[in-house]
Structure formats: structure tokens, C-alpha cells
Design a protein around this ligand. Structure first.
Ligand SMILES: *Cc1c(COP(=O)(O)O)cnc(C)c1O
Length: 379
């Protein structure tokens, strides 16, 4: 059999533009965790998302951590976190000394169930518990249902740290993901919409919030010739070289998003005639199509998501279940969670398909042939 290169879920999509940008930064002498590329990257992202202030950081997780701290989250408080998310959201809560309480998802989107969230807030308040903040996560690039969520949080006087790590370029009723919270977070990890190989951004409408986070990201160093520090600080700044790479990626965001969207439409067509297979968030007009997740109802299909995963794995095509819910993680074995069963079902029945913007026509044809072969065997 001829050697086949594996097809990955969402590999970095980098080329000559990124190479030129990195070289430009290196040759400028600014091989530093600050500099003109960082400043420009912050401005360009802020403009793109539609927020006045942005802080470049070395990971999305760092941005979540500083966002929580800037909203005053700390020990003795609860932070409400969707159980369907990547562990970084919940880990950032642990870093602050606060405690995450997990909330189940809307089965159609995988995003937090806003009605259930309202019940949890009311119950916790009634029990006299202190809630520090709410962390909606724009899952797989689809925005949370923000109209009711913002109403709820305004009424309950709760601050919002929006985890938009997966949602750069997504919109909800014309507004960009990352702009809804008191703080918003983007990730530029290797598998996200754009990558700096590792990086993140904290966004806000509040100049003071970003200034405080900027201070903490630089070891809480006060401008003085000697090194002086007035609180606990972190080494969270983004490299100027990587910011240059991020700018090149951002200039290609529309083109890369269009490629993910075409893939999503392709998968929708591929499964359209299969009873019992749905594409998650299929009706969301604002999604950036970061990852396409299908949900398989085995009672209707006669096969499981895991069967298709195994078939594709034999063809060197990577897939993955939807995020394993936080309440199922050993780390959170003792955590509180308000559950409906939707997240467990999504984990059992969901399958994430190769969605990267760098997939070429031959790779897409290979995936199509394997999926069609599988469906034929099981029809
Ligand atoms: C990727 C991701 C993060 C973390 O980003 P890093 O840049 O890898 O630290 C946080 N939350 C969600 C939902 C993510 O998908």
C-alpha cells in the first residue's frame, strides 16, 4: 500500500506570509516579549473584534487567568463554567483559588444552557453562596445565546469572562465573539482559527481592566529603574516574533475561515441524507466553523460515532469525540455540577471531523471516499 500522510483535525495553516513576518521581526532586533509587532497585533485584533482594548499574552489560558483576576475573582467564590469546554477554562478558575461549578449544555449547540444557568444562579444565591463570575464559552466557534445570558448576568450583577478561544471571527446578531463579556479571551494555540504556535489575547471595553492585567502579565513591575513589584505578577507576555506571525495569520483570517466554512458545507451535504446524523450548530449563521462536529443517534443510524471514528482512523484520518465534559474529568470528580444529560450525550454521540483550513482537495476527496465507504457498508 502506498504511504499516506495522516490527515489531522485542525493543523496549523502557515506558509510564506508567516515566514516573511517572522523573519521581519527577527531582523528588526525585537526578539523580545514586547515591541512594535505586539503593539500592532493588539490594535489589529481589537479592531477586528470591535473592542477598544487588547492585551497580547503567551496563551489563552493566561488570558483567562488574568481576566478572572481583573474581575476580582478569588478564594471563597464560585465561578460558573460550562461542563462542555476545554479544561483551560476551569483550570484558570482553580489558579485564582475560586471553585468552578459546572452547568450542562444546550444539546443543539454544545453551549451552556442559559435557562439552566439562571436556575443555578438563583439556587446558589438562595443558599447564600458567593458567585464571583460567569464564564460562557463560544463552543466550536458558535456564540452562546448572549441576549438572555447578558440579561441574566445584568440582573444578577455578575461579571462575565467570555472564553472565545475557539471563536475568533464568529458573530452573534452582528457583534463579534470576544466582545460580550467584561473580559473576552482568544487563543492562538496551534489548532485554533489563527495561530502564533502558542498565544492568546485578553479583550475588554474597560481600559482600567486591561491596564491592570498588563501590569500583572509583566511580573507586576512598577516603572522604576530598579525592579519594583507591588503584587503577585506573572510572566505571561507574548513574544514580538510570534506577534508578527499572528499579524500574518490575521490578514488571512477571512480566507482561512471561508475554507473551514466550505468544509462544513461539504460535511452537511455528505450526511444530509443520513437519518440520525446532525451537524452541531448547523443553523448558526455566525459561526466561524472552527471544528465541525456531527452528532450520531445510534437508534436511527444503527452505528455509533465511535464506529465511524475507528473506520477513519484505519485510513489515517484523525477525528475526536466532542470535549469530554468537566464533570467526567478525574480532576473534577468532587466538583458540583448541574446536569441534564445533554453533555454526556454529546460526548457519547459527537464526533469532530477534520476541519483545518489547510486541507487540500485531495485530502477532502480522501475523507469523502472513506465516509461514503463507511456509510455504504452500514446502509
Ligand atoms: C484552546 C482553548 C483554550 C486555551 O487556550 P490556550 O491558548 O491553549 O491556552 C481555552 N478555552 C477553550 C475553550 C479552548 O478551546
Amino acid at each position: 500500500m502506498p504511504m499516506r500522510a495522516p490527515i489531522y483535525l485542525s493543523p496549523p495553516d502557515v506558509g510564506p506570509a508567516e515566514e516573511a513576518a517572522v523573519l521581519r521581526a527577527l531582523r528588526s532586533g525585537w526578539a523580545t516579549p514586547f515591541g512594535p509587532e505586539v503593539d500592532a497585533f493588539e490594535q489589529e485584533i481589537a479592531q477586528r473584534v470591535g473592542v477598544p482594548y487588547a492585551l497580547a499574552l503567551n496563551s489563552g489560558t493566561a488570558a483567562l487567568h488574568l481576566g478572572l483576576l481583573s474581575c476580582g475573582v478569588g478564594p471563597g467564590q464560585i465561578v460558573l463554567v460550562p461542563t462542555v469546554t476545554f479544561v483551560a477554562t476551569a483550570n484558570a478558575v482553580l489558579y485564582t483559588g475560586a471553585t468552578p461549578v459546572f452547568v450542562d449544555c444546550d444539546p443543539a449547540t454544545g453551549n451552556v444552557d442559559v435557562g439552566l444557568l439562571g436556575e443555578v444562579i438563583a439556587d446558589l444565591r438562595r443558599a447564600g453562596r458567593r458567585i464571583g463570575a460567569v464564564m460562557p464559552v463560544d463552543m466550536f466557534g458558535s456564540c452562546v445565546d448572549y441576549d438572555p445570558l447578558l440579561d441574566l448576568c445584568r440582573e444578577a450583577e455578575l461579571r462575565i469572562i467570555e472564553d472565545s478561544a475557539e471563536a475568533l471571527g464568529s458573530t452573534y446578531r452582528g457583534r463579534c465573539a470576544g466582545s460580550f463579556g467584561d473580559a473576552g479571551v482568544l487563543s492562538f494555540s496551534h489548532n485554533k482559527m489563527i495561530t502564533t504556535s502558542g498565544g492568546g489575547m485578553l479583550l475588554s471595553h474597560d481600559a482600567q481592566l486591561i491596564a491592570q492585567a498588563r501590569h500583572r502579565a509583566n511580573q507586576a513591575r512598577i516603572p522604576a529603574q530598579h525592579h519594583e513589584h507591588d503584587e503577585v505578577g506573572f510572566n505571561y507576555r507574548l513574544s514580538n516574533v510570534l506577534a508578527a506571525m499572528g499579524r500574518a495569520q490575521l490578514s488571512r483570517l477571512d480566507e482561512m475561515t471561508a475554507r473551514r466554512r466550505r468544509l462544513r458545507e461539504h460535511y452537511s451535504k455528505l450526511f444530509a441524507s443520513v437519518d440520525g446524523v446532525e451537524v452541531l450548530s448547523e443553523s448558526d449563521p455566525g459561526t466561524n466553523c472552527w471544528l465541525t462536529v456531527i452528532v450520531v443517534d445510534p437508534k436511527l443510524t444503527g452505528w455509533q460515532a465511535a464506529d465511524l471514528a475507528r473506520h477513519l482512523e484505519q485510513a489515517d484520518i484523525e477525528t475526536r469525540p466532542a470535549w469530554k465534559p468537566m464533570h467526567r474529568q478525574p480532576l473534577f470528580a468532587n466538583a458540583e455540577a448541574r446536569l441534564t444529560g445533554a453533555a454526556d450525550r454529546l460526548f457519547a454521540q459527537g464526533l469532530t471531523l477534520p476541519s483545518g483550513s489547510s486541507l487540500d482537495e485531495m485530502q477532502i476527496d480522501r475523507i469523502t471516499a472513506e465516509v461514503q465507504g463507511f456509510l455504504h457498508q452500514h446502509s
